[in-house]
Write a protein of this length. Structure first.
Length: 233
């Protein structure tokens, strides 16, 4: 294989509602601006990574409450309470017009690199709410990967070690707060591309940091970029 190519994606980068669907959210305004509506801070982090490494960035700023780009068709949370009660034909159009084009764009980008004999390192940028169902999440950063894929396991561990060395105050955990093999874009792509050609890491950042903003949030983003550069060497 030739040297790796980096690809950055962000599936939940905003809470925009396309024209024609805005009436669906009249009773869901609070939800739209919550962690359910989008992943706060994820797009800024994705842009930092793409800018530093000169990597392509594929992202969406449409709310995940319309149709969740990080869920597979048939998943119970592909649609939200705002959209799952729509007529079947309308739901199908949501998938056809929003979900499928996004995923196809990512697949084509990876497919071109793999066809050229290159390995793709894919970083999917996300964030998580600090407290879920009354449980406090005790991490600043999560790195999600499939333990059965050696390249992902090795990169996640190197990145974790590099983060800890650069800034020991950052609490970084592997496959937390979600399992790396759970339904998601990286899991979908693993079914399409072999481990020698595709390495998928889902980056999860605690939303307490973008919510606080300021220098600490900027420092965390910088630390993640610098530590990844070291891990990729």
């Amino acid at each position: 294989m030739n040297p790796s190519r980096l690809l950055v994606t962000c599936e939940h980068g905003g809470n925009r509602v396309p024209a024609g669907y805005r009436g669906l959210f009249d009773d869901h305004r609070v939800l739209l601006h919550s962690h359910r509506g989008y992943d706060r801070g994820s797009l800024g982090m994705a842009q930092d990574l793409a800018d530093h490494f000169g990597a392509p960035l594929i992202f969406s700023t449409t709310t995940r409450l319309l149709v969740d780009l990080n869920r597979s068709p048939g998943h119970p949370r592909l649609l939200s309470e705002a959209t799952r009660g729509l007529p079947r034909a309308v739901r199908d159009r949501l998938v056809e017009n929003h979900h499928r084009p996004y995923r196809s764009q990512v697949e084509r980008r990876i497919g071109r690199e793999v066809a050229a004999g290159r390995r793709v390192v894919h970083l999917s940028s996300h964030s998580f709410t600090p407290v879920l169902d009354g449980v406090v999440r005790n991490a600043d950063v999560g790195l999600l990967y499939d333990p059965a894929r050696p390249g992902e396991r090795a990169l996640a561990r190197r990145w974790q070690a590099s983060i800890r060395e650069l800034d020991p105050a950052i609490r970084v955990r592997l496959n937390y707060p979600y399992a790396g093999k759970a339904d998601g874009l990286t899991t979908h792509l693993r079914r399409l591309f072999p481990s020698r050609s595709y390495v998928g890491i889902e980056l999860e950042i605690n939303q307490c940091h973008p919510l606080a903003g300021g220098r600490a949030w900027s420092r965390l983003r910088r630390s993640l970029v610098e530590s990844l550069a070291d891990a990729l060497r």
